[in-house]
Each structure stands twice: as structure tokens, then as C-alpha cells.
Ligand binder design. Structure first.
Ligand code: HDE
Length: 702
């Protein structure tokens, strides 16, 4: 519940095994506990079933065996039909700027409140065990436990969607999911049925453009924006409605992986984003996002050809600025994955007084779908009683019984109105949920509003708002994905019917990469609008917080150089670690990773310190040279001091673009200090790490 006492007061303490002290506490608690059946019967022996003699047949009478195995048989529940792969965290939302002139929702009015939240991030296409770093949309769903009940903001990391009407959602999902005949490919949209659907449904063009951009391969959940996507209403005390779009802005900025890197990570560490979330929180490097509200009005939107009920459109931030009004901090890992991250049930219908819906035809379908899916997934109508879903606001009503009911009602009156129960529960006299009394009129019809008809202007705007490297990455992504499409006509249709309507050069580049003929019709392409806020190029680049830096070193390393760089990185919240030829001591530190149990793609930057013996040992190893070279190819910051600088140059020599005057002059993000005493190196290296990537130095295709 929203509380003035602080959000940690909200949940009973449970055992968590991730930290040593918790492990200790949990062990102490266990010391006093006896193993029992589900009925509480003490069990003295659980290693052998009850048999006739030591080698005899097992007896059906063994209730402990039967209970244990039966419970095991039923441990799994159906995975989510979409967004099956997810990772969650607890946190708190603090409001900085009151919106009491716009809404009666207390969590957006009272700046002294701390509202507990639970967030689940997800991919869409893949199964529960699929890899984190696939090219896909990311879910960004937040449950706010407010004093007025739960508010679920079930958004994505992209502000638009593939289809305009919810009735198309099952078709879209069938098309993007693994193909029905062989259940392939898992976790990828690069296959015939997805591109077949998108080539035939032009309203998907804008969202597909986002999907082909680097937004679809985030470096970390901490580096993703979040969007409520739909237009919502804020309703003020006088009952007036204010149209709004919700945004989450990551405090550390929006950053992505390189595509080649993302594919390799999927093999090296399929839990890459999940692990990063878990380990960062354990290390006290909490994930933070500002909540932005973008107030929009129908006329302003109409002036730029946007219908606010159409989820394939955005209102550019340059036209309607995003006001940052509060901050969410994710600061606590779940105690138990299944009980919390898997059983959390987000429902778009969960709103609180002061927040309402619009007539968006996607929203209407979602209002039905989420509650419906939880009935099957969580075994019935009582899933709101599960600890992770239970509102912290008191719940009183006459809903009753059903599978999995946990409550023992004590009233004789389970209906309204009643006198036998003293009239309880009473209707809310003040502060109850009031629907916005929108006036609606019209004939019943199955048609699409003409105001939804322009499918290409904003797809083009997104493309033209990108920096040169971002555009290159988009061209590569379309080329990669469409090249995986077996049927030529599907590729050809997408290029000619969709891309040619967005941008002629984009269409031409992709056509030549995927071996299709560009029709000579010369489709009129939309005006070249731009919205600079869409590019990641201008995103926050001042912090190294959470960045993982591999320090390649072996015995004989120059400890002084390592100390200085560790200190500078750690001060900024980065996580340097020694990667060596073997685990064990390296100088005054310990190697926590080795060249054979980790890989360059799992790090944000590489530093090679000097020390003749150390560098000699590394130089002799192909995997050490590959480590540096791969980081260079993925546009990552690379540092080298003393002999380490020589090794860096040798490793990347073949990849330096020809024609450069001298390697160092032309290598952005490669920070070298030959003189090991150079005192300015740590600062210069930290600055490079804070920039995240140096895309300009990589050729297309990274
Ligand atoms: Fe969802 N969506 N969706 N969706 N969605 C689900 O609910 C659905 C849509 C989103 O971490 C399901 O509990 C329909 C848009 C997220 O648990 C299901 C339509 C957006 C999550 C469902 C949409 C989303 C879901 C599957 C079209 C961005 C994961 C399991 C009308 C604003 C939440 C579940 C979590 C999950 C239906 C479209 C976001 C089946 C019918 C647009 C982040 O109910």
C-alpha cells in the first residue's frame, strides 16, 4: 500500500538466499523446522520409498511418496501465451511533482507518498526458457500498490504497436510465433510467416521499423524506455478529463547491444538481461526510471495527422513535451521467482480513481483479455489473492468461492443490499471510482476510421530521425531478417509494398541485400519529418554506473595501473573484474573470470594494463586477442596502458579502417597510454566507458 512509513514495511520478511546474511538467517530458521507433509505430519525419512523388503516393490500405501511426486507433477502452470520470458523486481515510486490539477489518483497527487511497485520485464515471442537478447519488443509492466487499490501500467519499450484493432492481435501473434508445422524459430521474428503478415498489413510498418532498430536489443533493462502506448485519461476532482500518454525514462539513458553481439550472448549467457537485473540490485546498483506524463490534446494531434486512438502513432516529444513527475527505483529482488515473477498477474483493467481509458480499439480488447488469460494461467478467479497480486488496500466485496479461494468469509450476508450483515460493505461515499461520462453516439459498424489510414509517415519519421550508424543498423536488420525468409515473393512484397512507401533508399539497399527486384513504380515517399528525441544518439552518456569492464591481466601485471583504473571505475559505480588465463591471484587481486569461461560480448569495455609478463602471457593466447578484437568490432571502449597498449593495437590492427592517418588518431573510444605513468588515463578511460559505444568506427553489420 502507498505508505508514509516507507515501502519496505509492506511485505512480511521471507527467506532470500542470495546474500550471505540471508542465507545465515534462513539456515537458522530451518534449524528449528521439521520436515512435514502438506498436512503437517512430521516425516523422519524421505530418501527411500516404503517397500516390501529393501529390494521389494514400492507400496501404494506410501502417502509421503505419493504426495511428494503428485505435487512435483503439478509444479508447472501454463506459460503466458505472449511475454512468457520475464524477469521481475520490487521497488518504489516517489512522486516529485503533484498532478492534483489533473487527477484525483492519490499516487500522482501526494508527493510525500511512497508507492510500492513490482515490475516485470519480458520478451514477447519466445518461450519461458528462451534467450534474453533476441530481437524483440520488451514488455515493461508495472504494478503500483496504491492506497486506492492496484494500478497496472502494462506497457512496452516501444511506444507503438503492430496492429490498430485488438481483433487482429491473435493473427499477429500467430504470425510472429514459431511456425505451426515445426515450432521454429524460437525467440525470433526472422521467418516467413511474420514477414508475410507484415507485408500484407501495412499498419505494422511503423512498429516493424522500431523492431528493426537497436531498441529491440537493449543492453540492459536499465537502459530501456517504457511506454503506456495507449492514450489514457487523467480525471480531475471536477470530473474533467485530460488525455495523457505515460512514459518511463531510464535515468542511465537508452543503450543497446550490437546485433552480432546480441546473437552471441544468446548462446554464451541466455540469461544476460535477467542476470544483469539481479546482480545489479544485489550490488546496490538500483535501476531507476523517471515517470513522464505527456499531455496531449486531440486537436494538436489531429494537426499532425495523428488520431490519439491509433496505437501505431506517437505524438513527438518536440510537439507535446514529456514532463518528468516522479521516479521509480527497483531496489529489491524477488524472494521466489515462481511466487512473484511467474504468478504476477497484470491486468490492464486495474486502474484507480482518477485514471481512465479512451475508446482505442486495442485497449478495449486488452480490457477483456488480461483477466481472461489469468483465469486459465493462474487456475481460476482467485488469483488476486496471491501475495504478489493482493492489493495492499483493503478488499471487501461479495465475490466468493471458486478454485484456489484463500479466504474464510464470516458474514451471513453475501449480497448487496443487505440488512442481515449490517449493510456491509458500504458503497464508497467519497473517493470511489467514477467512470468518465464520455458522450458516445454512432452506428454500429465494422470499419476502420479514415483517421487511422496513414501507415507510412511515422515509419519514415522514425527512420529519418536516426543518426547515420543507427540507420545502418536498421538497414542491416531488415536485410538480416528478410534474408531468413525462404519465400521470395514474401521478401519482394515487403520491400515493394512496405519499404518502398517509407524510403526509396532504404528499400533499394534492402532489395539488393535480399535478392529481390525493386519495382520501378517509384512510390511517393512521405515527407522527411524528424523527431530528434527518437534517436538514441542524444541519450544520457555521462555515467558508468552498472557497466561491466573486463580487465585482461595475468600474473606480473602492473598493480599500480590496475589500482588506478579500478578506483576510477568503481567510484562511478562500474563493475570491473579481472579476466585472466586462470582463476586465482593476479597481482594483488583475484581473477574472477577466465578467458575460457567468459567472452568479450558479456562486457561493456575492455582494459589491458601493462606489466611485461602479464602482457606476454596474454599475447600468446588467441582467445585474448579475439577478446579485444571482438570488443573493437562491437564499438566498445577499449583501454590500454604500457605494454597493454601495444597488445591492443596489435589485436585490432586488421580492423582499423584503411586510409587512417595513424591508428590512434582515427580510433574513437580506444584510449591508450604508452607511458605507464600517465595520470590522465583513468579519467579519459572512464569518460570513454560512459559514452557506451563508438558506433562511428564500425562498419555496417555490427
Ligand atoms: Fe498484451 N497480453 N495484449 N500488450 N501484454 C499479455 O497477458 C493482449 C498489448 C503486454 O509481464 C497477456 O498475462 C491483447 C499492447 C505486456 O505479465 C495477454 C492485445 C501492449 C504483457 C495479452 C495486447 C501489451 C502482456 C499474456 C491486443 C503494450 C506482459 C499473458 C488487444 C502496451 C505482462 C498475460 C507480464 C501480456 C493480451 C496488446 C503489453 C494474453 C489481446 C498494445 C507487457 O492477456
Amino acid at each position: 500500500m502507498t505508505t508514509k512509513r516507507g515501502h519496505n514495511a509492506r511485505r512480511p520478511e521471507t527467506a532470500r538466499l542470495s546474500k550471505d546474511e540471508d542465507l545465515e538467517k534462513s539456515r537458522k530458521r530451518c534449524d528449528r523446522a521439521t520436515l512435514t507433509t502438506d498436512q503437517g505430519v512430521p516425516i523422519p525419512h524421505t530418501d527411500d520409498s516404503l517397500k516390501v523388503g529393501a529390494r521389494g516393490p514400492t507400496l501404494l500405501e506410501d502417502f509421503h511418496l505419493r504426495e511428494k511426486v503428485t505435487r512435483f507433477d503439478h509444479e508447472r502452470i501454463p506459460e503466458r501465451v505472449v511475454h512468457a520470458r520475464g524477469s521481475g523486481a520490487h521497488g518504489v515510486f516517489r512522486l516529485h511533482e503533484s498532478l492534483s490539477d489533473l487527477t484525483t489518483a492519490e499516487l500522482f497527487c501526494d508527493t510525500s507518498l511512497e508507492t510500492p511497485v513490482f515490475v516485470r520485464f519480458s520478451t514477447v515471442q519466445g518461450a519461458r526458457g528462451s534467450a534474453d537478447t533476441v530481437r524483440d519488443v520488451r514488455g515493461f509492466a508495472t504494478k503500483f500498490y496504491t492506497r486506492q487499490g492496484n494500478f497496472d501500467l502494462v506497457g512496452n519499450n516501444m511506444p507503438v504497436f503492430f496492429v490498430q484493432d485488438g481483433i487482429k492481435f491473435p493473427d499477429f501473434v500467430h504470425a510472429v510465433k514459431p511456425e505451426p508445422q515445426h515450432e521454429m524459430p524460437g525467440g525470433a521474428s526472422a521467418h516467413d510467416s511474420f514477414w508475410d503478415f507484415c507485408g500484407l498489413v501495412p499498419e505494422s510498418a511503423h512498429m516493424v521499423m522500431w523492431l528493426m532498430s537497436d531498441r529491440a536489443i537493449p543492453r540492459s533493462f536499465a537502459n530501456m524506455e517504457g511506454f503506456g502506448v495507449h492514450t489514457f485519461r487523467l480525471i480531475d476532482a471536477k470530473g474533467r478529463s485530460h488525455l495523457v500518454k505515460f512514459h518511463w525514462k531510464p535515468v542511465l539513458g537508452v543503450h543497446s547491444l550490437a546485433w552480432d553481439e546480441a546473437q552471441k550472448i544468446a548462446g554464451k549467457d541466455a540469461d544476460f538481461n535477467r542476470r544483469d537485473l539481479w546482480e545489479s540490485i544485489e550490488a546496490g546498483l538500483f535501476f531507476e526510471y523517471d515517470l513522464g506524463v505527456q499531455l496531449v490534446d486531440e486537436q494538436t494531434a489531429a494537426d499532425i495527422g495523428v488520431d490519439l486512438l491509433d496505437v501505431t502513432k506517437i505524438v513527438p516529444e518536440e510537439i507535446a513535451p514529456v514532463r518528468r513527475v516522479g521516479r521509480m527505483t527497483l531496489d529489491r529482488n524477488p524472494d521466489n521467482f515462481f511466487a512473484e515473477t511467474e504468478q504476477v498477474a497484470f491486468c490492464v483493467q486495474n486502474v484507480v480513481p482518477g485514471i481512465g481509458f479512451t475508446d482505442d480499439p486495442m485497449m478495449t480488447a486488452r480490457l477483456f483479455s488480461y483477466l481472461d488469460t489469468q483465469l486459465t494461467r493462474l487456475g481460476g478467479p482467485n488469483h488476486a489473492q496471491l501475495p504478489i497480486n493482493r492489493p495492499l488496500a483493503p478488499v471487501h466485496n461479495h465475490q466468493q468461492d471458486g478454485f484456489g479461494n484463500q479466504q474464510v468469509p464470516v458474514t451471513v450476508a453475501n449480497y448487496f443490499p443487505n440488512s442481515l450483515g449490517g449493510g456491509c460493505p458500504f458503497l464508497a461515499k467519497t473517493g470511489g471510482y467514477v467512470d468518465f461520462p464520455e458522450v458516445v453516439e454512432g452506428k454500429k459498424t465494422r470499419e476502420r476510421s479514415p483517421s487511422f489510414a496513414d501507415h507510412f509517415t511515422q515509419a519514415a519519421m522514425f527512420f529519418h530521425s536516426m543518426s547515420a550508424p543507427e540507420k545502418e543498423h536498421i538497414v542491416s536488420a531488415y536485410s538480416f531478417e528478410l534474408s531468413k525468409v525462404v519465400r521470395r515473393e514474401v521478401r519482394e512484397r515487403y520491400v515493394n509494398e512496405i519499404l518502398a512507401n517509407v524510403d526509396a533508399e532504404l528499400a533499394a539497399s534492402v532489395a539488393s541485400a535480399v535478392g529481390v527486384r525493386l519495382a520501378a513504380k517509384g512510390a511517393p515517399t512521405p515527407p522527411k519529418l524528424t523527431s530528434p528525441a527518437l534517436s538514441m544518439e542524444s541519450s544520457t552518456k555521462g555515467s558508468v554506473r552498472g557497466r561491466r569492464v573486463a580487465v585482461l591481466a595475468a600474473p606480473g601485471v602492473d598493480d599500480g595501473q590496475v589500482d588506478a583504473v579500478f578506483a576510477a571505475l568503481s567510484n562511478g559505480g562500474a563493475r570491473p573484474e579481472i579476466v585472466s588465463t586462470a582463476l586465482g591471484p593476479v597481482g594483488s587481486r583475484e581473477a574472477t573470470k577466465t578467458l575460457f569461461n567468459t567472452s568479450s560480448v558479456l562486457w561493456d569495455a575492455v582494459y589491458v594494463p601493462g606489466g611485461a609478463k602479464s602482457v606476454e602471457a596474454l599475447r600468446a593466447r588467441a582467445d585474448a586477442r579475439t577478446f579485444i578484437r571482438e570488443a573493437f568490432g562491437h564499438a566498445k571502449p577499449i583501454g590500454g596502458t604500457g605494454e597493454g597498449a601495444e597488445l591492443v593495437l596489435a589485436a585490432i590492427a586488421e580492423d582499423v579502417r584503411p586510409g587512417a592517418a595513424g591508428p590512434e588518431a582515427s580510433l574513437p573510444g580506444v584510449v591508450l597510454a604508452r607511458d605507464s605513468q600517465t595520470a590522465t588515463f583513468p579519467t579519459a578511460f572512464v569518460e570513454a566507458v560512459a559514452r557506451h559505444r563508438f558506433w562511428s568506427r564500425t562498419a555496417s553489420g555490427s
